[in-house]
Ligand binder design. Structure first.
Ligand SMILES: NC(=O)c1ccc[n+]([C@@H]2O[C@H](COP(=O)([O-])OP(=O)(O)OC[C@H]3O[C@@H](n4cnc5c(N)ncnc54)[C@H](O)[C@@H]3O)[C@@H](O)[C@H]2O)c1
Ligand SMILES: [Zn+2]
Length: 368
């Protein structure tokens, strides 16, 4: 089993990664819970694929899961379901030292983590991430949130889990398109500061997406280690180090907004294309060489992720996409912080990017 420590001040925890971990979930969490009855919150898709196995695993350790099964999908990260989770946990008589299990993708992790941050002024929670995105990104680091009509993740809290159990076998039931979208966040860690890991992705990404266990474990472990290091350094995103995790996200969010946060473009797909655009924009600014940018685009395209704007058949212009960026919550006193690259594995935060330049660049990309 790979064990990655996350050394956040005051509340360090472990991310455990191994195939078959869900079937041992009861034994793994036994030492983390005080009562035999443990609330487990999930969504309908995950329940269908994994509920019976979690029940069996809990029973083997003398535990009983108290299930709350919510509808699947981004719209579950809402006030409505936040209230439902909070009421459920109170009905379960959860205490501050107790722990609720979040079994699912980033939607369940973000929602349950946020509920846990407020019930009894903060109770414990354990993440069992079941999407690649949640395993390599959202289950680690303690950001929790819901969406409101004004935008995504606008209401939330920092609340770290007590334990994360990542079972790569969970991906066996995940649609390939979702796994691929999560894979974009894996590539991101290579591009941020680890060129050797990017080269590993070029060689092993296709194998991972074909279901290879060893490749999944390596990708999850290296991604979590990278995120853990960044989060330990800048837990609450105050120094700018944690902002590096947003590589590709400013372009990506604009594309998600333009496509209505719908199935037309999954978050990870937007990030994949966003990273290609960040690289090409960096070339245009004279920061990076064109070969590196095209190497990134080639890998993104090779694994079946969108690598050019033409893949989206948008009808808008660059100015409209740039305008979406203004509404991004990462706006800082009027200037747009932007993650750019000097090369593969050399991402940095630029604070003075001119939005008109971005719009002109996007106009050219739309014509490519
Ligand atoms: N907290 C953070 O740091 C952070 C980081 C990145 C993303 N996020 C958030 O994560 C969310 C996206 O997460 P996601 O991509 O995991 O989406 P998701 O939770 O909606 O899961 C994607 C789909 O896969 C299904 N699913 C999940 N696991 C499955 C499995 N093993 N088998 C079959 N189906 C399964 C779900 O029901 C859903 O339909 C967004 O809300 C985003 O804001 C948070
Ligand atoms: Zn992301």
């Amino acid at each position: 089993m790979a064990v990655i420590p996350v050394d956040v001040a005051g509340a360090p925890y472990e991310v455990r990664i191994a195939p078959g971990l869900i079937d041992r979930a009861g034994a793994e969490i036994r030492a983390f819970v005080r009562k035999d009855r443990v609330p487990v919150i999930t969504d309908a898709n995950v329940a269908q694929a994994w509920r019976a196995r979690v029940d069996t695993a809990f029973e083997a350790a003398g535990l009983t899961a108290q299930w709350l099964i919510l509808p699947a999908g981004e719209s579950t990260k809402s006030w409505l379901y936040l209230a439902e989770v909070v009421d459920f946990l109170i009905a379960c008589e959860i205490e501050r030292k107790d722990r609720v299990v979040a079994l699912g993708g980033g939607v369940i992790g973000d929602l349950v983590g946020f509920a846990a941050s407020m019930v009894k002024r903060g109770c414990g929670f354990i993440q069992i991430p079941t999407t690649l995105l949640a395993q390599v990104d959202s289950s680690v680091g303690g950001k929790t949130a819901i969406n409101t009509p004004a935008g995504k993740n606008l209401v939330g809290a920092f609340h770290q889990p007590a334990l994360v159990l990542a079972d790569p076998d969970a991906l066996d039931s995940l649609p390939l398109r979702e796994t691929r979208a999560g894979y974009a966040e894996v590539v991101k860690y290579g591009l941020i500061d680890d060129p050797e890991f990017f080269a590993w992705c070029e060689e092993n990404g296709p194998r991972l997406l074909a279901g290879d266990r060893e490749a999944r474990v390596t990708a999850i472990a290296r991604s979590v280690a990278a995120k853990a290091r960044i989060v330990a350094e800048d837990e609450k995103e105050t120094t700018g180090v944690r902002a590096l995790l947003n590589l590709g996200h400013t372009f990506g969010h604009a594309l998600e907004a333009e496509t209505g946060f719908s199935d037309r473009l999954l978050h990870g797909e937007g990030v994949a294309l966003g990273m290609v655009l960040a690289a090409r924009f960096s070339v245009r600014l004279g920061l990076m060489n064109g070969q590196d940018a095209e190497r990134i685009a080639a890998h993104i395209g090779a694994v079946g992720l969108p690598a050019s704007l033409s893949a989206l058949s948008l009808t808008c212009d660059g100015a409209r996409l740039a305008d979406h960026m203004l509404h991004d919550k990462k706006m800082d006193a009027g200037t747009l912080p932007f993650l750019l690259l000097r090369g593969i594995g050399q991402t940095f935060l630029a604070r003075d990017v001119d939005l008109a330049d971005v719009a002109a660049f996007l106009d050219d990309e739309l014509k490519r």
